[in-house]
Design a protein around this ligand. Structure first.
Ligand SMILES: NC(=O)c1ccc[n+]([C@@H]2O[C@H](COP(=O)([O-])OP(=O)(O)OC[C@H]3O[C@@H](n4cnc5c(N)ncnc54)[C@H](OP(=O)(O)O)[C@@H]3O)[C@@H](O)[C@H]2O)c1
Length: 323
């Protein structure tokens, strides 16, 4: 079968022939229709996080997919060959034609979504769900501040929080204000024009941080006592959290077919919607990576777009069509 592989840290992606994988008893083999690009793919490939997130080279990237079940392991009861599914990977990467994956990380694909749309959902939507509900304990009637509400994760956080009955304030660039309001934010603060901690008049119950650094540090100032600061990008200072009498936690996505199934129902009933920016064929994965490299200037091997370069549409996922 064909797969995109990285042969060495910081190296080029190559479109290769690799052996078709076999499955364990609790796995299914999925014939991949689409996969999607995440920042993490590029970061892992660069080698900068190899101490925390090592990869085995040669390595097939890709953390999410949509496709059709080809084969099921002997312990799998929830799926049958021919089912259209989507999910997060649990071992091998998804830039490939066939993927073995734990059945527990997979859900049935929403019938109203194309395979391309479905592949764009699992990582961003589950990260948002777990960030705001599992770690942020967001409840109806509360207020949440979401940093980067126009991004892939942020857009699901805005939609899910709004659907849960929370008041949603988001930071984003001014150009994205209409989009972020259209998906449920009641207020958008342009991060390039205003300091959110200076313009917010009332404190919030939860901050969901998808930016880190100074944005995270300033977030302590806008949280109520007893509030939650959840970051998906960097650890949260426990000293600062204690000083402000807040709970701070960094989260890492824990793939769950159950959570994804609940997200699938919200997508199916039209309560939330996916956002695909661009679709490339799998063999053009390197070009897709270049599209987002400008957002990751410190990642080795990626050249940031120079002055005057066209800015990528700031919201929506990049999807790779496999079949
Ligand atoms: N912990 C986990 O398990 C986990 C899982 C998934 C993702 N993540 C991480 O979460 C982060 C977000 O991922 P994503 O896929 O949503 O990224 P994305 O789609 O690239 O979105 C990033 C967004 O942030 C905006 N932005 C940049 N600087 C900003 C600032 N100072 N304030 C507010 N918005 C700003 C960008 O807009 P402009 O640049 O156009 O203004 C863009 O809309 C990444 O660092 C990713 O690695 C973590």
């Amino acid at each position: 079968m064909k797969a995109v592989r990285l042969l060495e840290y910081g190296g080029q992606l190559v479109f290769d022939d690799v052996p078709t994988p076999t499955i364990a008893r609790d796995e299914i083999l999925v014939k991949i229709k689409s996969t999607a690009v995440n920042h993490l793919d590029l970061v892992e490939a660069s080698g900068t996080v190899r101490q925390i997130l090592p990869i085995d080279l040669p390595w097939i990237p890709g953390h999410e997919f949509s496709g059709v079940v080809e084969q099921i392991g002997s312990d799998v009861a929830a799926f049958a060959p021919g089912d259209a599914v989507f999910g997060t990977t649990t071992g091998m990467g998804a830039y490939t034609e066939y993927l073995p994956v734990k059945a527990a990380a997979v859900a049935k694909k929403p019938s109203n979504l194309s395979f391309e749309e479905a592949a764009s959902v699992p990582v961003a939507a589950q990260t948002a769900w777990e960030g705001i509900f599992t770690h942020g304990h967001l409840e109806k009637g509360q207020t949440i501040l979401i940093h980067a509400g126009a991004g892939a994760v942020g857009a699901y956080a805005v939609q899910l929080a709004s659907h849960a009955g929370a008041t949603v304030i988001a930071t984003a660039r001014g150009d994205d204000e209409a989009y972020v309001k259209s998906i449920g934010a009641s207020r958008v603060i342009d991060y390039r024009e205003a300091q959110f901690e200076k313009v917010l008049r009332e404190k919030v119950d939860v901050v969901f941080d998808l930016i880190g650094g100074d944005t995270q540090n300033r977030s302590f100032l806008v949280l109520k006592e007893g509030g939650y600061l959840v970051s998906a990008v960097q650890p949260v200072s426990q000293e600062e959290s204690a000083r402000h009498r807040e709970t701070g936690a960094m989260m890492r996505l824990a793939p769950s077919g159950d959570v994804l199934g609940r997200i699938a129902r919200l997508l199916e009933e039209g309560t939330i919607r996916p956002d695909v920016a661009t679709v490339y064929p799998l063999r053009a994965a390197a070009q897709a990576w270049n599209d987002i490299a400008g957002n990751l200037p410190r990642v080795h091997g990626m050249s940031p777009s120079g002055p005057g370069a066209a800015r990528r549409r700031s919201h929506g996922k990049i999807v790779l069509r496999v079949a």
